[in-house]
Design a protein around this ligand. Structure first.
Ligand SMILES: [Zn+2]
Length: 349
């Protein structure tokens, strides 16, 4: 019932660097089986583009030193420079688990917006995001969301998001995630809900359970399984080196057990190690939850999506150009089957 569609495209030109010989550049188009969104695979651009993922170490060192001076998330400043939650959410003001804190965002993006500070270190390489740190961060995220839902009964849609480095949209370097909760879902989340419900109404099956079943049998895009979380490369990735982690049985963040959270953290940590080995330092992540009241349990599953972003380096080329920004379409440079095969070894030990 899941339909995978791909087709070949080509662009013709007379190449000035080859004496104006005719050159055919091959593209591949893929359609996401659920959303219908297309993805362009332009392998020919891979060599030209890969250098933009790297960081300039001198500039990075300057950024680390400059940003550390006034960082509100460093341990000496957390208690004096970060806001507190109002007493109806958390009487003690801030929540701490291990070295991770939940504090309110000073300038909120949503009805409820918590910042989750990930540890005391101002800067980490991606191979330093160990699974214990990420687990504590996600535990504190789930706990503060519980408290927020008790205080504000109309919060219905929640996500946990993360950006790392300014090129991934993060204005503060110190590693942190955000919990956003509001009365309407973000646009892409709404699209996933609508399409998942359509699929369920048409097929009487949960698309996400179907995709786990299909991908675990087909294997070329399967990266690995940790506990009840299945990690795979999407058939038609929307972003570079995008990885999807789907829970086989949980739909909402509030349903996650401590061991589910440990498993999600473990998977994220492994993907970040893979990025580190690829010289990638900037990334985005989102954990997408079903509505918090238990709706859509039959047709949706909690999922984590991670993708790589361009690095911190002159000329600060943005990978968010007109095609993705306005037209909501993007290209990747390596087939999902290819990077899934490299990632698999990070999940095998
Ligand atoms: Zn800091």
């Amino acid at each position: 019932m899941i339909h995978y569609e791909k087709w070949e495209g080509k662009a013709e030109l007379l190449n000035p660097f080859k004496d104006f010989e005719r050159e055919t550049q091959v593209l591949e188009f893929r359609r996401d089986p659920l959303t219908g969104f297309i993805s362009i695979i332009s392998k020919g651009r891979s060599q030209y583009v890969m250098k933009y993922f790297q960081c300039d170490e001198v500039l990075l060192k300057e950024l680390i030193e400059e940003s550390k001076k006034n960082c509100p998330f460093c341990p000496e400043s957390v208690e004096s420079k970060t806001p507190k939650f109002p007493p109806e959410v958390l009487p003690e003001g801030r929540l701490r688990i291990g070295d991770c804190w939940a504090v309110p965002a000073l300038y909120a993006h949503a009805d409820f917006n918590a910042i989750i500070i990930l540890g005391e270190k101002h800067f980490r390489r991606l191979n330093e995001f160990d699974s214990k740190l990420l687990r504590d961060g996600l535990l504190v995220a789930r706990e503060i969301l519980h408290s927020a839902c008790k205080a504000y009964s109309d919060l219905k849609y929640a996500t946990v998001i993360m950006g790392y480095l300014p090129t991934a949209g993060s204005s503060l370097l110190h590693p942190h995630m955000q919990v956003l909760a509001m009365k309407a879902p973000p646009n892409y989340v709404r699209e996933l809900f609508v399409k998942s419900l359509d699929y369920y109404l048409l097929n009487s099956r949960n698309y996400w359970q179907e995709i786990i079943k299909h991908e675990s049998e087909e294997k070329s895009r399967l990266i690995g399984r940790i506990g009840r979380i299945w990690w795979l490369a999407p058939f038609a990735p929307l972003k570079r080196y995008e990885v999807l982690g789907v829970s086989e049985d949980k739909a909402s963040i509030l349903e996650l057990s401590n061991s589910d959270i440990t498993d999600i953290a473990n998977g994220i940590s492994r993907i970040l190690r893979f990025y580190d080995d690829m010289n990638i330092l900037a990334f985005n992540m989102a954990i997408i939850s079903a509505p918090l009241g238990g709706e859509l349990k039959k047709c949706f599953r909690l999922q984590t999506r991670i993708c790589a972003r361009f690095g911190f380096k002159k000329p600060f080329l943005s990978d968010f150009w007109a095609l993705p920004t306005i037209l909501n379409t993007d290209e990747i440079f390596e087939e999902p089957e290819e990077y899934a095969s490299k990632l698999r070894k990070y999940f095998s030990c």
